[in-house]
Design a binder for this molecule. Structure first.
Ligand code: SAM
Length: 186
């Protein structure tokens, strides 16, 4: 409940960054992660964790040798998540998603297996949208996956213009109901 109240407060403080009135459901999180083979992936990036609903699910599933890099721009979400999560596999960064490459060692640039994004792409300006989506694409290895949820189909053409394949599923078990875009790099 405290998480929900704080989420709404952050939304009223900064709508264009937070982009939603409440945290996602566990059900949406499970749908976001359904296509990921956690036994195989070793490098995951999460963008826009908010209160960490997906972060927790990723941590429960990820292999002991997997590294998770998390970028959150909102001050309050960042500090709460950073204080709460104490796991050597996870690095939580207070910065914008467009700067992913700054936090990856030279040998891990273009080597990430998966990007899980909750960024509110359609409330971003067109240049910001392009730079975060480009940064995500560039950090992925060939055939790497980009999984993004959105509340509309507005991102379909945009993501289809970038990724080799884009599969879309939908769930009403979230408020608002959400589309999950599962994209694969060539
Ligand atoms: C729709 S909320 C999703 C939060 C959480 N993942 C969930 O599903 O409940 C979007 C999140 O993206 C974060 N965010 C927005 N713009 C960002 C950016 N440029 N870089 C990193 N995080 C950003 C917001 O602060 C917020 O935590």
């Amino acid at each position: 409940m405290a998480n929900k109240r704080n989420f709404l407060k952050q939304f009223f403080k900064d709508r264009k960054v937070v982009g939603a009135v409440s945290p996602s459901t566990r059900f949406l999180g499970e749908k976001m992660l359904a296509s990921i083979d956690f036994e195989k992936v070793r490098h995951i990036v999460e963008l826009g964790p908010g209160t960490g609903i997906f972060t927790d699910l990723i941590m429960q599933r990820m292999h002991k040798d997997t590294k998770l890099l998390v970028l959150e721009l909102n001050d309050d979400f960042f500090h709460k998540l950073h204080d709460r999560i104490d796991d050597p596999r996870v690095q939580i960064i207070h910065d914008s998603a467009e700067n992913i490459s700054k936090y990856l060692d030279e040998e891990l640039q273009n080597k990430q297996d998966v990007v899980i994004s909750s960024l509110p792409l359609m409330v971003f300006s067109a240049p910001l949208r392009k730079s975060v989506v480009d940064a995500s694409y560039n950090c992925l290895k060939p055939k790497g996956k980009y999984v993004q949820f959105q509340y509309s189909l507005q991102s379909k053409k945009f993501l289809e213009g970038i990724y080799k394949s884009v599969k879309i599923t939908f769930t009403v078990k979230n408020f608002p109901p959400a589309f999950v875009y599962s994209c694969q790099k060539a």
